[in-house]
Design a protein around this ligand. Structure first.
Ligand code: GLU
Length: 395
């Protein structure tokens, strides 16, 4: 059938994380015993104290439109959170609450990018960064890294990627898909380079800040010279097991916050009222209340690293945060496994899905063609079974 879709939507890639999750769901419906390790989604329930706040909000008749940039009480709670966890001073006028961190990022991109601007993406990067930059008609410029450098860019690499057209750089620490965490020292070294280029803006996506196994999170905006041009993105999805509640937020210079509010005033009118009320309780809670999930993720990480480490051909780093491992599986390229020739990471991910019934995501989607992403936000039993199946089909 003839369609009349716009060039914009035709050139937009489908989100590979969501597509792989949909494929796994579809195969399961067909009766296949698929283990889904493709989606980054905590398998915990939302904590009761947050659910109670949502129920209370329903009973208190929170049903009307909220202010476009979020309830005042929520923005105040977010300011307290930024101060407590990140040593960042934001005023409520610098906060915008959105329908997930993904929308927060899209708002910022739409507000700041002009056609032809360049956005630097240290690779690997989360799938939607490149797509959102493209939607904003900007060009994304990847800085490649390898597992041997723990997937972190160096100041020299950053300097080499900057051109007169560079408008933004996206940082994401802890990183999706590789789990790497930049230390304060590493971030300060990158900031030294950026100090020479006052017109470059920094988007610091800190959605995994609490899923952190020891190094601690350092917020880029805490570097004094960077504060006025950094947009700090966060949300409750990952740390509070609230992916479906769809609440993200930014702390940003006021003029950027205002532009994002204008943007979402035309697109969504604001985030869901009940989820916003529940988020007040979530962000006000001491981090100790969610530590049990972080501890569990750490145990799973250690188990997954040890089990995958037994499989020949899987090269691993030790991720310090998030809930993904991102093994380099390029040693399989050119080999034939069970009659299938593996030419690239997509072939490998597809092979695992078809032969092992394990859903992962190809590294290509994250700007790294040598790796696959495995989410360990799944039960210990599922992880053990999945890795045993992988071992079986690649050995
Ligand atoms: N952020 C998660 C992931 O990377 C959820 C899916 C998505 O929004 O990409 O798997």
């Amino acid at each position: 059938m003839k369609t009349h879709l716009s060039d914009r939507i035709n050139s937009l890639p489908t989100s590979q994380t969501l597509a792989m999750a949909a494929k796994a769901r579809e195969l399961r419906q067909q009766g296949k015993d698929i283990i889904g390790l493709s989606l980054g989604e905590p398998d915990f329930n939302t904590p009761d104290f947050i659910k109670d706040a949502a129920i209370q909000a329903i009973n208190d008749n929170y049903n009307s439109y909220t202010p476009v940039d979020g309830y005042g009480e929520l923005k105040e709670a977010i300011c307290r959170k930024f101060k407590r966890d990140n040593q960042l001073d934001y005023k409520p006028s610098q906060i915008v609450v959105s329908t997930g961190a993904k929308q927060s990022i899209a708002n910022v991109a739409m507000a700041l990018l002009n056609p032809g601007d360049e956005v630097i993406l240290p690779a690997p990067y989360w799938v939607s960064y490149s797509a959102i930059a493209t939607l904003a008609e900007a060009k994304y410029v990847e800085i490649p890294t390898t597992i041997d450098q723990d997937f972190k860019i160096t100041p020299e690499q950053l300097e080499a990627a900057i051109t007169p057209k560079t408008k933004m750089i996206f940082f994401n620490s802890p990183n999706n898909p590789c789990g790497s965490v930049y230390s304060e020292e590493e971030f300060r070294a990158l900031a030294k380079v950026l100090e020479k280029y006052p017109d470059i803006y920094i988007l610091s996506d800190e959605i995994y800040e609490h899923i952190n196994y020891g190094k601690g999170n350092f917020s880029f905006a805490a570097i004094e010279s960077m504060y006025d041009r950094t947009i700090t993105v966060n949300g409750v999805a990952k740390a509070f097991a609230m992916t479906g509640w769809r609440i993200g937020y930014i702390g940003a210079p006021e003029w950027i916050a205002k532009a994002c509010t204008k943007m979402q005033g035309q697109i969504t009118s604001g985030a869901n009222c009940i989820a916003q009320r529940a988020t007040i309780t979530a962000v006000d809670a001491p981090v100790s209340k969610i530590q049990y999930m972080v501890d569990e993720f750490k145990e799973r990480r250690d188990m997954v690293l040890s089990l995958l480490g037994e499989i020949e051909g899987f090269k691993l780093n030790v991720p310090d945060g998030a809930f993904y491992v991102f093994p380099d599986i390029s040693s399989f390229f050119g080999k034939t496994l069970k009659g299938t020739t593996i030419n690239n990471a997509s072939d490998f991910a597809m092979f695992l899905l078809e032969e092992a019934n394990v859903a992962t995501v190809t590294g290509d989607a994250f700007g790294n063609p040598d790796c696959i992403r495995i989410s360990y936000a799944a039960s210990e039993d599922e992880l053990k079974e999945a890795i045993a199946r992988i071992k079986n089909v690649v050995s």
